[in-house]
Design a protein around this ligand. Structure first.
Ligand code: DGL
Length: 274
């Protein structure tokens, strides 16, 4: 049962959402530095991959999810999804009754300060087409060259828990080879699903070359909640609640590399989102 809204305080939950298991790479980092919070997570597996969806579709899916989070009195919502941060954040940022944290906008300043000139970004088609990373990084550093490349198969590989299949290792290798033609000094894993593929990527290039922005994102979330007086100081037994829009068992299985989802997620779909 979902409780009704309008009583947000520091004990209220922090909500996360993504198209599937990707956002767990962010939840994992946030939970390490904020272990006393109550968490809610929504994985919109029915509509995955978000990277192939239009802006209108993303607005519709996220509106349903955000209203759910409002009904659950969430104090903050983490857009643990580069695609929605890139495509719809500006439009929705003042629409809801909670603090909204977008990943791309939150980590670009840190990325802009890297002591390098050539930065690669692996991300979904929608994130790359939006040029959000280029735009945000250029606000702080106009000299950094940013090369975006989309990787159409990677989200499916992660969601289907098919990381060990040889054909998938070859797909990841091929995409990496293409990016390396730009001679990037570092490559950002600009989709929250991609850190699941770090072990494969590091078979073909040094691990230190890849940046998972989740760590600096998590620090930023902590600092901002702290300065708004919203950190949970009371909860002794924090709770976690997971929702998905399809295939709860597969979600739990695919999640394992990053997160131990203790109970099978609750199945929750919205009638207007087809
Ligand atoms: N994990 C999300 C992102 O960071 C969405 C991936 C997808 O569903 O295409 O962009």
């Amino acid at each position: 049962m979902i409780t009704s809204k309008n009583n947000i305080n520091s004990n209220s939950p922090i909500a996360f959402f993504d198209s599937g298991v990707g956002g767990l790479t962010v939840l994992n980092k946030v939970k390490k530095i904020l272990p006393n919070e109550n968490y809610v997570y929504y994985g919109d597996t029915l509509h995955m991959p978000y990277g192939e969806k239009t802006k209108e579709q993303l607005l519709e899916y996220s509106d349903n999810i955000f209203k759910l989070f409002e009904d659950m009195n969430c104090k903050a919502v983490v857009m643990a999804c580069n695609t929605t941060s890139s495509v719809i954040y500006e439009e929705v940022k003042n629409r809801y009754n909670f603090k909204l944290f977008p990943i791309v906008q939150s980590v670009s300043e840190i990325l802009s300060q890297l002591p390098i000139n050539r930065l690669g970004i692996f991300a979904t088609r929608a994130t790359i087409d939006s040029n959000a990373y280029q735009r945000e990084i250029a606000k702080y550093n106009k000299n950094m060259q940013v090369f975006g490349q989309h990787c159409p198969d990677w989200v499916h590989i992660v969601e289907e828990n098919a990381l060990s299949e040889q054909k998938n290792i070859e797909i990841v290798h091929k995409d990496l080879e293409k990016m390396l033609l730009n001679n990037p000094e570092k490559i950002v894993l600009g989709c929250t699903h991609y850190p699941f593929l770090l072990e494969i990527l590091s078979q073909f290039a040094p691990k230190e070359m890849f940046i998972d922005p989740a760590e600096s994102f998590a620090k930023k979330i902590k600092n901002e909640l702290e300065s708004s007086g919203l950190l949970n100081t009371e909860t002794k037994n924090p709770t976690e609640r997971f929702f998905v829009s399809s295939n709860p068992q597969l979600f739990r299985q695919s999640a394992k590399m990053f997160y131990d989802v203790k109970e099978t997620p609750e199945l929750l779909t919205f009638l207007n989102a087809v």
